[in-house]
Design a protein around this ligand. Structure first.
Ligand code: OOB
Length: 568
């Protein structure tokens, strides 16, 4: 008898398969790959085999809840098959990239699974992204399809996608979710309504699965460079990422996970998030936004057990819960991360929402650290956890890359079975972002404690962490030079009550030139199609920029000066 897994995956069932070169990526060295396989981290199965296995094992259980819609595992698998067949029929093949910009919705999950099944590679874009980001991502990945809602939050995504697709010199289609899909575009609703079609179409899919070392999806780096970098995550590495984080977080068949933050974020999608919940036969509840009333009402109504949240949102949830009127007694685990959580806030979140608290420090580049549900209070409230894999390697170094003594602060470098060795199509940048031995420079300043847990103490990289959304200082500076015509400009984080940090632009106008106003700068950014969360929220005009002894702009001095002014 052939088991479903063997039949679907068509892989070598445990033997190390031949690796296929993935252009633009940096493979793990053979010795590491062998180690990760031998340890069982890399399962050597494409993620597409999940869909069938879940349908067979969990059948009629509820997989997804999205408003009025409730889908069983079997229905979800059928939808994923229908989309996978449709992608193939539209000429999309293994390895072809598509931009996916969908709000939290069951269709997003079905599409992800269809990509895993067909080998088409989704590039996960936030709904907040606009022309500036999409155009770059489209060209950088040479994507052949853009998947968008017709409209979302008063923005016509269909129109923008159509314009972008038309402007590139290769064939690029538009797939639309919504009731007003243009006749020239593919209609997601219609494809799903038609179902998977003839059985031979499904057999064709089964016969040609992606290779486990192929790219399964692209995540965007919250990076520090002018434009976001792409992180190619393989079926093997991301599968382990999902499996292992579900294990350490204790996800299982009784898990009811609330996906309230944007689904395009790694933490919500697979740490353990949506995919971790589905792997164990639990239920995913999708809400369109983390708006406190919507989120808490969904928690109560669906008896949610697990949520993932960033500190800025957690604060709002705690305030809403304190108003009373919600029964949150079903909560088992509240996972918080994405930006700094101080012990005071950690305690307030735990006491205010209930359940156990889990701190999560992670990155789209791979490494995940978290506290464990049974850890003592001092670790849960006061640290960001420890790595999820025994094969995660951590090194804390000084500015010359020399290891610092245990317990001292330094930059965290990391390698491991789900931390790729380079960004996609970024050979030059990779020489700075990774060491010659393949360590990824996280740019985060951490302290490693004797028991193995770490605390995040600051960062060396130049980014602004606005409530978990990462804004590259360099990108904002370049945009200001381009759009406002000021040469001497720096972007720095300043403390913000709601978001933790906000983007502050510091400008030195040319002699005799008029200083721009904040609203002028913001308008120019919007007109250029820059995502809203990157818009500067504060503008400071200086007559000069302080310099370090080696002649670089001293951003630390600027940040300190602004922080002092804020207090006084
Ligand atoms: C998550 O992923 P990214 O790629 O958006 O951002 C990664 C960066 C980290 O390098 C660090 O600077 C910051 O976000 N960060 C934290 C943190 N978690 C992430 N800083 C302080 N405390 C934390 N707990 O943000 C991400 C990806 C997967 C799981 C969780 C978060």
């Amino acid at each position: 008898m052939t088991t479903v897994e063997e039949g679907v995956a068509g892989t070598s069932g445990g033997r190390a398969p031949r690796s296929t070169p993935q252009p633009g990526t940096v493979p793990w060295p053979a010795a590491y790959a062998a180690r990760y396989r031998a340890a069982g981290h890399w399962a050597d199965r494409p993620l597409g085999h999940w869909t069938r296995r879940w349908a067979q094992t969990y059948g009629n259980r509820t997989a997804l809840v999205d408003g009025e819609i409730r889908l069983t595992y079997r229905e979800l698998a059928a939808h994923a098959d229908a989309l996978a067949v449709a992608l193939r029929e539209r000429g999309l093949h293994r390895g072809d990239r598509i931009l996916v910009q969908l709000p939290n919705s069951w269709e997003f999950v079905a599409l992800m699974l269809s990509c895993f099944r067909s080998g088409v590679v989704p590039v996960l874009v936030l709904t907040a992204h606009r022309e500036h980001e999409l155009d770059y991502l489209l060209r950088h990945t040479e994507a052949k399809l853009i998947v968008v809602p017709d409209r979302w939050r008063d923005f016509d995504h269909q129109d923008l996608a159509a314009r972008l697709a038309e402007a590139v010199p290769w064939e690029c289609g538009v797939l639309v979710k919504g009731t007003t899909a243009d006749a020239a575009h593919l209609d997601l609703g219609r494809i799903l309504a038609c179902g998977p079609g003839a059985p031979e179409r499904i057999r064709e899919l089964d016969a040609d699965p992606p290779h486990p070392d192929d790219i399964a999806l692209f995540l965007l780096s919250g990076g520090t460079t002018g434009l976001p970098k792409l992180i190619a995550r393989t079926h093997n590495d991301y599968g382990y990422n999902v499996r292992r984080s579900a294990e350490v977080s204790g996800f299982g068949s009784t898990t009811v996970f609330l996906a309230a933050l944007p689904v395009g974020h790694n933490a919500v999608l697979g740490c353990p998030g949506i995919l971790g919940t589905l792997s164990g036969g639990g239920t995913v509840v999708l809400v369109p936004s983390p708006q406190p009333r919507t989120a808490l009402a969904a928690m109560e109504a669906e008896r949610v057990t697990d949520v993932a949240v960033v500190p800025a949102v957690a604060r709002q949830w705690v305030a809403e819960a304190a108003g009373g009127g919600y029964d949150l007694g079903s909560l088992r685990l509240v996972t918080i991360g994405g930006s700094v959580v101080d012990p005071e806030l950690a305690r307030r979140v735990r006491d205010g929402l209930g359940g156990q608290l889990q701190q999560l420090y992670g990155m789209a580049e791979g490494l995940l650290c978290c506290t464990r549900p049974d850890d003592p209070d001092d670790l849960v409230l006061g640290t960001q956890g420890r790595p999820v894999s025994p094969d995660d390697e951590l090194l804390v170094v000084d500015e010359q890359d020399r290891p610092v003594p245990l317990g001292e602060v330094g930059e965290l470098l990391t390698r491991g079975p789900y931390t790729p060795r380079g960004y996609y199509r970024a050979a030059e940048h990779n020489t700075h972002a990774f060491t010659r031995d393949g360590w990824f420079r996280t740019g985060d300043l951490v302290r490693l404690h004797p028991g193995g847990n770490l605390t995040v103490e600051g960062r060396r990289k130049e980014l602004i962490n606005r409530g978990g959304e990462k804004v590259s200082a360099e990108e904002v500076e370049n945009l200001t030079r381009l759009l406002v015509g000021v040469d001497r400009v720096v972007a720095v984080p300043v403390p913000d009550k709601q978001f933790g940090e906000r983007v502050c632009l510091v400008v030195v106008p040319a002699p005799g030139a008029q200083a721009p106003s904040l609203s002028d700068v913001r308008q120019r950014f919007v007109r250029h199609g820059v995502a809203h969360y990157k818009l500067p929220e504060q503008l400071e005009i200086l007559t000069d920029l302080p310099l370090t002894p080696v002649g670089k702009v001293d951003k630390k001095a600027i940040r300190e000066r602004l922080a002092t002014e804020e207090k006084s």
